[in-house]
Design a protein around this ligand. Structure first.
Ligand code: SAH
Ligand code: SF4
Length: 362
């Protein structure tokens, strides 16, 4: 089988080139052709010697996942469904804003962590995405947007907030981040690449050493009792451990705060007393809050908090001096809003079956 060069970052590509008797700068050239130029064909790489091109043709390929479907929302948000083989598809979302463009990318086919309010969690889990499939989302989006990393920077920010838990696919995610940050790759700044985690503590510690990018933590609750119920991973890494991991991360982080994401679920975690409890919880962790009004999906069993409750909650945090944003719902007419990404998951965990049975019983 041919080697897919989208699976490599500069370091590993240079090593592979060395094995083939090629000099290191060749790896840089090929990286630039692939990522800046969006080249999928070695014949396009005109500054490589013909003999090298022939050698690459024989042993390698540039294989991004194929496009299965694309949609554009009334608000300009775009969503692509990419084919990752054997009936699986993952989603990537581009959110244009006046000052920046954010690409929200997926890291797994489905997710094994089963947060109760998340559509991806309900879909079950199939497998981790490869580096080529993660980087391929950026590669595709640039192509679809008619952009290159070097021109107007249509994509200025990347958030790993699509399908999956990025830190559960650690090695491939870190290698993908390396391509995103590399000047010969997408040249993005560390501060503009965000990993969002539901709180995998050991991997947070590794990430701060290996590839410290901006960190968002899906907090969603102000105490263990509530969080245990909606983010099952909390039973393994409770809030005390999670807060300590955030503090450790900040020592190396490119920004001097962690972003806490907090989904607003009516009657579950959105009361004034929760907001006050939250203030105590984050006492020693420099942070900002991003409140996400719950995005509904069929049979979720949850409702979005009222605008009034969200306002009260936000005010309590703001009055205590915190920066709080309430995430605008973008692209919900094409099911591209947070937590709505479902892709196509050939579930291996029987979770879809479990949820269907529960629904029948109701
Ligand atoms: N697995 C990672 C990243 C993907 S989810 C994580 O959990 O952090 C990106 C964000 O969307 C997370 O904060 C997640 O909790 C939130 N989210 C999930 N389902 C949602 C829904 N239905 N409505 C609003 N936000 C949701
Ligand atoms: Fe997985 Fe994140 Fe959804 Fe939880 S919120 S199920 S960790 S994708």
């Amino acid at each position: 089988m041919k080697n897919n060069l989208l699976n490599y970052d500069l370091k590993t590509l240079t090593e592979w080139f060395a094995e083939m008797g090629e000099r290191p700068f060749r790896a840089k050239q090929v990286m630039r052709w692939m990522h800046w130029g969006g080249a999928a064909d070695f014949a396009e790489m005109t500054d490589l010697a013909k003999s090298l091109r022939a050698k690459l043709e024989e042993h390698a390929c540039v294989g991004a996942p194929a496009l299965m479907a694309s949609q554009e929302s009334r608000d300009g948000t775009r969503k692509w469904l990419l084919d990752v083989g054997t009936g699986n598809g993952v989603e990537t979302v581009f959110i244009p804003e006046s000052e920046r463009g954010t690409l929200c990318i997926s890291s797994q086919v489905g997710c094994a962590l089963e947060c109760t309010f998340c559509s991806t969690g309900r879909q079950g889990f199939n497998r981790n995405l490869t580096t080529a499939e993660i980087v391929g989302q950026l590669w595709w989006a640039n192509k679809a947007l008619g952009a290159t990393p070097k021109d107007e920077r249509v994509i200025s920010n990347v958030v790993m907030m699509g399908m999956g838990e990025p830190l559960a696919n650690y090695d491939n995610v870190v290698r993908s981040l390396s391509v995103m940050l590399d000047d010969h790759g997408y040249g993005l700044s560390r501060r503009r690449v965000t990993v969002s985690t539901s709180g995998m503590v050991p991997q947070m510690d590794r990430l701060k050493e290996d590839m410290p990018v901006a960190l968002a933590v899906s907090l969603h609750a102000s105490n263990d009792h509530v969080r245990d119920q909606i983010v099952p991973l909390n039973k393994k890494y409770p809030l005390k451990d999670l807060m300590a991991a955030c503090r450790r991360y900040l020592v190396k982080a490119p920004r001097d705060f962690v972003t806490f994401e907090y989904v607003m679920l009516d009657g579950v975690n959105d009361k004034a007393e929760h907001a006050r409890e939250l203030l105590k919880l984050v006492e020693d962790v420099p942070c900002k809050f991003n409140l996400i009004p719950f995005n509904p999906f069929p049979h979720s069993g949850y409702e979005r908090s009222s605008a009034e409750n969200i306002r009260i909650f936000r005010d309590i945090l703001q009055q205590a001096g915190f920066v709080v944003t309430v995430r605008k719902t973008r692209g919900d007419d094409i099911d591209a809003a947070c937590g709505q990404l479902a892709g196509q998951v050939k579930d291996k965990t029987r979770r879809q079956q479990k949820w269907q049975q529960l629904l029948v019983q109701q």
